[in-house]
Design a protein around this ligand. Structure first.
Ligand SMILES: Cc1ncc(COP(=O)(O)O)c(C=O)c1O
Length: 429
């Protein structure tokens, strides 16, 4: 059978094929609809955003219960969250903190990152991954990404190692696990600390194991667009007791109540505590902890709905030559936080900006993840030059995150697909 995709408006083409003998024609209705940005009707009435939280009545109840209790911070709900995270991930220790950013900062402190050190990370991430290195007075060094998986390329990591390299902050971008085995091998070879920025990847598995106990330290974020949320919040997980002790100190002023860690100031009574290092107030409140724990109870539901939507998007876009979709390493069973389409701009008559604006006019609000970190003026002023990570810069030119969150209805998903195909059809070269 000759399968021909013919637009509704391509009347001469349809007639030409219809008159051909021995040709079976299946026409698909790909009406060339007028773009909303050019005065046509949008694919949907209400705006849909690229991500949003899913809060139910039981989450609200969990928060309300804490608000009516004795402890709204430094209480039992933080301990419960830490235990739940350990059970879920298989990690030995967890420290809950007030953001993914503070999680990364604490991990860098625990790794001993300081002045004169270099830490290798990716430019395709939120600025916090690199900023946490700067907070410690060290230098972020940007390794390039793999152009198909979009994660940091282990070969590029190797190429950037110097005698000053202290750690690697590898980001599970969009939720896909980084090449953990390769990065672990590099860390072992050069005695580096492997910090996994898993802000996007809670519920992702690598070779069947939950992200959380695979790197030396793993950092989660509980920002509202992430898979589970506390409004704000974060956590660091580790199997290493020494890292754990340092993380505990770092997130609460460097102060300890643990006698075994005190240095001998007179221990006059149960009120005694000592500050033994310089730390921060990065504590999470108990009501946020309760919200995150409640959300974790539904993580399988959130993850499976995300996977369903990703599967539908993959099916819809894999045959569209104007769009590249992210490839995955076989080891990663990914709970996707972001769905990125990469526009093949050679096949389109529009710019990325025109595509983005056309999607907005269709009431599908996209986002761009991410501008390469070292392009920001703050980094440029420190002397980072454009062009240092060509794969990242090339990828950045065409990417766009389309809506992905578990509460999207099937109709929402179809609307997004419709909008993408409509914009592609209008700008097809
Ligand atoms: C990759 C990555 N790392 C770190 C962070 C920082 O997390 P938070 O916003 O919880 O501080 C984010 C947040 O968006 C992120 O996407």
């Amino acid at each position: 059978m000759l399968y021909i995709e013919v637009g509704m408006n391509d009347v001469p083409l349809r007639e030409m094929f219809c008159n051909c003998e021995k040709t079976v024609i299946k026409t698909r209705r790909i009406k060339m609809e007028k773009l909303a940005i050019k005065g046509g009707y949008p694919v949907r009435g209400g705006k849909i955003f690229y991500g949003r939280q899913w809060i139910d009545e039981d989450d609200i109840q969990a928060v309300a219960t804490v608000l009516r209790s004795d402890y709204i911070t430094c209480g039992p709900k933080v301990d419960e969250l830490e235990r739940t995270l350990c059970e879920f991930t298989g990690a030995k220790y967890a420290v809950a903190v007030n953001s993914g950013t503070s999680a990364l900062h604490c991990a860098c402190i625990a790794a001993g990152v300081g002045s004169g050190d270099e830490v290798i990370t990716t430019p395709i991430t939120f600025a916090a991954s690199a900023n946490s290195v700067l907070y410690c007075g060290a230098k972020p060094v940007f390794a390039d990404i793999n152009p198909e998986f979009y994660n940091i390329d282990p070969e590029s990591i190797r190429a950037h190692i110097t005698e000053h390299t202290k750690a690697i902050v590898a980001v599970d971008f969009t939720g896909q696990a980084v090449q953990i085995d390769e990065i672990r091998t590099i860390c072992k070879e050069y005695n580096l600390t492997f910090i996994e920025d898993a802000a996007h990847s809670i519920a992702t598995k690598y070779k069947g194991q939950q992200v959380g106990s695979l790197a030396d330290m793993t950092c989660f974020s509980f920002h509202p667009v992430k898979t589970v949320t506390g409004g704000e919040g974060g956590a660091i997980l580790t199997n290493d007791e020494e890292f754990y002790k340092k993380l505990v100190l770092a997130h609460t002023h460097g102060i300890t109540h643990d006698e075994s860690m005190m240095e001998g100031a007179p221990h006059e009574g149960p009120w005694c505590y000592e500050q033994v290092s310089l730390g921060y107030n990065y504590r999470l409140t108990d009501f946020q902890a309760a919200l995150i724990t409640s959300q974790l109870g539904k993580i399988e539901i959130f993850a499976s709905r995300r996977k369903e939507i990703v599967k539908r998007y993959d099916e819809a876009f894999s045959s569209v030559p104007e769009i590249f979709i992210q490839k995955e390493i076989s080891e990663s069973d990914t709970c996707r936080h972001l769905y990125i389409i990469q526009l093949n701009l050679n096949q389109l008559t529009c710019t990325r900006r025109e595509f983005f604006d056309a999607m907005s006019a269709e009431n599908v609000q996209c986002q761009i993840h991410y501008i390469p970190v070292y392009w920001f003026p703050f980094y440029q002023h420190m002397g980072y030059k454009k062009g240092i990570c060509p794969n990242a810069e090339e990828m950045y030119k065409g990417i766009m995150s389309i809506p992905l969150y578990p509460r999207m209805s099937d109709q929402d998903v179809e609307d997004v697909i419709h909008a993408v195909k409509k914009v592609v059809a209008n700008y097809r070269r």
